[in-house]
Design a protein around this ligand. Structure first.
Ligand code: NAP
Ligand code: 3JM
Length: 335
């Protein structure tokens, strides 16, 4: 028995991947309903070799649907998720709209699949940078109790959508061809050959000097790890990479855990691949992680500047485990 599946934001960077992941994992779809803005209505997507017409998202879009994936921004989710719930269509929401709501499970299946059963119609998919972080933190937390985490991210432009990918490509070409300055519309500064410590690029900084992406990582990590006492601070940075987020992560634990023990622990954890052989210059790379389902960890070493410290380098495809794959895994658990 299959289910009827709506995909809101089907033409976007995340929506396109959701279709691919549903296909690849043989998700039991009876009817697929591709939804986007009026700009896309009437165009077609190809699903399992069949062309299906995209419809404009409206209040009536969820009639007869069982599961809806939302990735068209927070405002769209806030406006339209209630209409899906009204039709008994369970929502897996990729936006930040409901993530911190007490009655909404925030789920990375390898970490807290047990929370899914308590949903009231919506299950939230965490932020891309949070997902790959908690996947790796959880086994370490269980083994040695994490006290404090310091994260700096190196995030790909695809996290900011299709237009941001286009901007990096065009701006790179402009810079290389010495043409006049590129007329950019997404990033506030040149992203080609540059590094921007502001994510998202279009939000004001908060009163505390952080960005909303940084606060999402902090708050979502505590919620998913179910530990408010966890101390965590983050700096989120956009780099001129198309696909794959990298993270430099420093961890302080209560109990001592060696680099070797950490490697051993992580290599047995679901969804994680340890790539850590410095004698062969083997460590995770965005170019290698792009298109893959796993989260890759390397450069695992002890930090002797504190009593029980570890440093790690974590890389994952932000559109797969960071978005579409995690969302479809949640839906698989729902079934
Ligand atoms: P994108 O490439 O810019 O795509 C945006 C999508 O939203 C397009 O399909 C667009 O349709 C649709 N859309 C825009 N306005 C709409 C409207 N008024 N009604 C219906 N659909 C509308 O962005 P993206 O990278 O795919 O990200 C989309 C959202 O997913 C983000 O805003 C964010 O909330 C979320 N996201 C989540 C994660 C995660 O879960 N970890 C990661 C990245 C993004 P048209 O083509 O018709 O304009
Ligand atoms: C990733 O609401 C919006 O305009 C989308 C902002 C956004 C988000 C978000 O807040 O949902 C862009 C890219 C995310 C996310 O996953 O948190």
């Amino acid at each position: 028995m299959g289910v009827n599946v709506a995909v809101v934001g089907v033409t976007g960077a995340v929506g396109i991947e959701i279709l691919r992941v549903l296909e690849k994992r043989d998700f039991p779809v009876d009817e697929l309903r591709p939804l986007a803005s009026s700009r896309s209505a009437g165009k077609e997507v190809v699903f399992r070799g069949k062309e299906i017409r995209i419809r404009e998202l409206t209040q009536d879009s969820f009639e007869g649907m069982n599961i809806a994936f939302f990735s068209a921004g927070g405002d769209i989710s806030r406006e339209f998720v209630p209409y899906a719930i009204e039709k008994n269509c369970v929502v897996v929401d990729n936006t930040s709209a409901f993530r911190m709501d007490d009655d909404v499970p925030l789920v990375v299946p390898e970490v807290n699949a047990n929370k899914i059963a308590g949903h009231n119609g919506v299950i939230a998919n965490p932020n891309c940078s949070t997902i790959q972080l908690v996947l790796v933190l959880k086994p370490i937390h269980d083994a040695a109790k994490i006290k404090r985490v310091v994260v700096s991210t190196y995030q790909a432009v695809s996290g900011a959508g299709l237009k941001a990918m286009d901007e990096l490509k065009k701006e790179t070409e402009y810079v290389l061809s010495n043409e006049d300055e590129y007329d950019r519309s997404i990033f506030p500064h040149q992203i080609a050959f540059n590094v921007l410590p502001q994510i998202p690029q279009d939000d004001a900084f908060l009163q505390n000097g952080y960005t909303s992406e940084e606060m999402k990582m902090i708050n979502e990590t505590k919620k998913i790890m179910d530990d408010d006492s966890l101390r965590i601070t983050t700096t989120t940075v956009r780099v001129p990479v198309f696909r794959g987020h990298s993270e430099s992560v420093n961890i302080e634990t209560k109990e001592k855990i060696s680099a070797d023990e950490t490697r051993d622990l992580l290599s047995k954890a679901e969804g994680i691949v340890v790539l850590d052989d410095t004698s062969r210059q083997l460590y995770p790379l965005a170019t290698e992680a792009a298109g893959k389902d796993e989260t890759f960890v390397g450069r695992i070493r002890e930090d002797d500047s504190v009593e029980n410290g570890l440093n790690l380098w974590i890389v994952s495809d932000n559109l797969l485990k960071g978005a579409a794959l995690n969302a479809v895994q949640i839906a698989e658990k729902l079934l």
